[in-house]
Design a protein around this ligand. Structure first.
Ligand code: HEC
Ligand code: HEC
Length: 295
C-alpha cells in the first residue's frame, strides 16, 4: 500500500509540475487584471498622465501651495521610467515613500495613504504597469520654492506627519465597512483632499474628512462627515450616485478635482466597492465644520 501511495505521490508531483507553469501564468494574468482595476481605484492613472499625454508616462503638473510638482513616468521604460525597479523598490515607494536611491518623495505623491495598501495590491499594480508598452518620456523637474524643494527636509516632515503601516481591519466592523475604510484610506485617498492640512502640509487627523477651503488647485473641499455641516443628509445611494456620475442630490454636478477623481477613478469602480465606501462614510466621526471660501 505504501508503495502505491508513493507512486501516486510521484505521479501527482509530476502532474503538478506539468500544470504549475500555466498556473503561474494564470496568477500573473489575474494580478494584471486586478492591477488594471486598482490603478483607477487608487487614482494612479489620473495623476501620472499629462493632459492628452500617454497614460502613465507622467508630466502632469500638480499645483500645491508649495509650488508645482510634475508626476514622473511610471511605465516600464528602463531609461526614463521604472523599468529597472524590483518588486521591493516598488513596494517601498508606495509603503514608505522612499526612492530606490534612499531619498524621500514629496507627499504630493499620496504615499501617506498608500502605506496602508496591501502588498498584494501594490504588486498587482506593478504587474499591470509592467504589462503595458514602455513609454520613453523624460521626467520634468518640480517647480517648488525653498525650503520645500529640499528633499532632505522630508525627513523632519515624515517624523511628524507620516505613520508607516498597513491597513488593519476593525474587528468590530463588518466586512463591508472594513472594505470601505480600506478603499477610502488606502486606495482612493479621499482624505488627501477632504481632510484639512496643517501648516506643514500634513493631514490633520482630528479633522478627518471634515473639508477645507484650501484644497488642491485652490478649490473648496466640502465636509463629508455625517454632520449637519457636512454630508449628514446624504443617503448611501446619494453617495454612490455621486461617485458614479458626479451628480449631487440637488442635481448639481461636482466640478474640478472631484470631477477628475470620478472620471479617472471612482466611476470605474464596482457597485459593491462604491457601496462599501458609502457604508463606511456613514460610520466616521461627525465633525462640526462649515466650509466657506474666504472672500
Ligand atoms: C495626486 C497625484 C498622484 C497620485 C494619485 C499618484 N501619484 Fe505617483 N507620484 C506623484 C508625484 C508628484 C510623484 C513624484 C514625487 C517626488 O518627486 O517626490 C510620484 C511618484 C511616484 C513614483 C516614483 C517614480 C520615480 O521615478 O521615482 C511611483 C512609482 C508612483 N508615483 C506610483 C504611483 C502609483 C502606483 C499610484 C497609484 C497607486 C500613484 N503613483 C498615484 C503623484 C501621484
Ligand atoms: C483630488 C481631490 C479629491 C479627492 C481625492 C476626493 N474628493 Fe471628494 N470632493 C473634492 C472637491 C474639490 C469637492 C467639491 C466639488 C464641487 O464643489 O464641485 C468634492 C466633493 C465631494 C462630495 C460632495 C459633497 C457636497 O457636499 O457637495 C462628496 C460626497 C465627496 N467629494 C466624496 C468623496 C469621496 C468618498 C472620496 C474618496 C472615494 C473623494 N471625495 C475623493 C475633492 C476630492
Amino acid at each position: 500500500l505504501a508503495l502505491i501511495f508513493n507512486r501516486l505521490g510521484i505521479a501527482l508531483a509530476g502532474a503538478l509540475a506539468l500544470v504549475s507553469p500555466s498556473l503561474t501564468a494564470q496568477a500573473q494574468d489575474s494580478a494584471v487584471e486586478r492591477g488594471a482595476y486598482l490603478v483607477k481605484a487608487a487614482g494612479c492613472v489620473g495623476c501620472h498622465t499629462a493632459k492628452r499625454g500617454t497614460p502613465f508616462a507622467g508630466g502632469l503638473g500638480l499645483k500645491t501651495p508649495f509650488g508645482t510638482f510634475f508626476s514622473p513616468n511610471i511605465t516600464g521604460d528602463k531609461a526614463t521610467g521604472i523599468g529597472n525597479w524590483t518588486d521591493e523598490d516598488f513596494v517601498r515607494a508606495l509603503h514608505e515613500g522612499v526612492r530606490p536611491d534612499g531619498s524621500r518623495y514629496f507627499p504630493v505623491f499620496p504615499y501617506p495613504s498608500y502605506t496602508k495598501m496591501t502588498r498584494e495590491d501594490a504588486l498587482s499594480i506593478k504587474a499591470f504597469l509592467f504589462s503595458l508598452e514602455p513609454v520613453s518620456q523624460t521626467n520634468r523637474d518640480h517647480d517648488v520654492s525653498f525650503p520645500f524643494s529640499w528633499r532632505l527636509l522630508q525627513r523632519g516632515w515624515r517624523m511628524i506627519n507620516f505613520d508607516e503601516g498597513r491597513f488593519e481591519p476593525d474587528p468590530d466592523a463588518g466586512d463591508k465597512v472594513n472594505r470601505g475604510r480600506y478603499l477610502v484610506d488606502a486606495l482612493s485617498h479621499c482624505g488627501e483632499c477632504h481632510t484639512p492640512r496643517n501648516f506643514m502640509g500634513g493631514t490633520d487627523n482630528d479633522m478627518y474628512l471634515a473639508g477645507t477651503p484650501d484644497g488642491p488647485e485652490d478649490q473648496l473641499v466640502p465636509n463629508i462627515t455625517p454632520h449637519a455641516t457636512g454630508a449628514v443628509d446624504w443617503s448611501e445611494r446619494d453617495l454612490v450616485q455621486l461617485m458614479k456620475t458626479g451628480l449631487k442630490p440637488d442635481f448639481d454636478n461636482v466640478q474640478g478635482t472631484m470631477a477628475e477623481a470620478i472620471d479617472e477613478g471612482l466611476t470605474h469602480m464596482t457597485d459593491e466597492d462604491l457601496e462599501a465606501i458609502a457604508a463606511y462614510l456613514k460610520t466616521v466621526p461627525a465633525i462640526d465644520n462649515r466650509i466657506e471660501k474666504a472672500e
